[in-house]
Design a protein around this ligand. Structure first.
Ligand code: SAH
Length: 219
């Protein structure tokens, strides 16, 4: 890409975020500050500024940037927040969260992905993120309660185990639905009396699966 093409690609990228409803200035700044190509492999690096999901290792996908933006915006982050992400994938969403929160824990069930995510986050200097290999459906009890929880894989319902690890006043954002082609993005706020849910629109995510994947690579 020439510098001129690069500038145009950047402008189109930001316009696509805005067109898709990402309006929060701090969230837009965070997304612009994270180099998405650092979380992609090979030929896909060149497509980092396209507002589409792209393939990563282990048959998974890095999310569409405008969906990363919408989910991050819905979380209402502040610099004191301790955040749990389930579904680290490439680590890209965690890198965006890390710009806006104090501490981010992210869990991934595929070991090769968690290793790659850890390396990419270190390479961009995101030193307030911890990547854990494990089953995120159990959450991370030793670090709970969390101020915010984001699940970037689709569940049939918001898992009660995760809601139990959310602080009162905290927010969870999760795609829910039985279909694997379209799910509803849900925001839940935890109150003294229970959960208050609002629906944010339709999204498409890979499924939230139980257990750690049987990957051959270790680490
Ligand atoms: N947030 C990622 C994209 C997520 S793709 C990014 O920014 O790149 C969804 C990820 O959730 C996949 O990598 C998948 O392996 C992972 N996943 C699915 N079920 C899981 C579980 N129970 N625990 C941890 N990770 C899970």
């Amino acid at each position: 890409m020439t510098p001129e093409e690069e500038r145009e690609a950047r402008m189109a990228f930001v316009m696509s975020l805005r067109r898709n409803g990402v309006r929060d200035r701090a969230v837009l700044d965070a997304i612009e500050a994270v180099p998405r190509e650092a979380f992609l492999d090979g030929i896909f690096k060149a497509r980092a500024l396209e507002d589409i999901p792209l393939p990563i290792s282990c048959g998974q996908t890095i999310s569409q940037p405008s969906v990363v933006g919408l989910m991050t915006q819905a979380l209402d982050l502040n610099p004191r927040c301790k955040v749990l992400e389930v579904g680290a994938g490439s680590g890209y969403q965690a890198a965006v969260l890390a710009k806006l929160a104090r501490r981010v824990y992210t869990i991934e069930r595929h070991r090769p992905l968690s290793r790659q995510a850890r390396a990419a986050l270190a390479a961009i200097g995101a030193d307030n993120v911890t990547v854990i290999t494990g089953d995120g459906t159990s959450g991370l009890p030793e670090q709970s309660p969390f101020d915010r929880i984001i699940v970037t894989a689709a569940a049939e319902d918001p898992p009660q185990v995760l809601i139990d690890q959310l602080r009162v006043g905290g927010v969870i954002v999760i795609p829910v639905g039985q279909s694997d082609t379209v799910q509803h993005l849900i925001k839940g706020v935890k109150t003294e009396d229970g959960m208050e849910y609002t629906e944010l629109g339709d999204v498409r995510f890979v499924p939230l699966l139980e257990g750690v994947a049987d990957d051959l690579a270790d680490g």
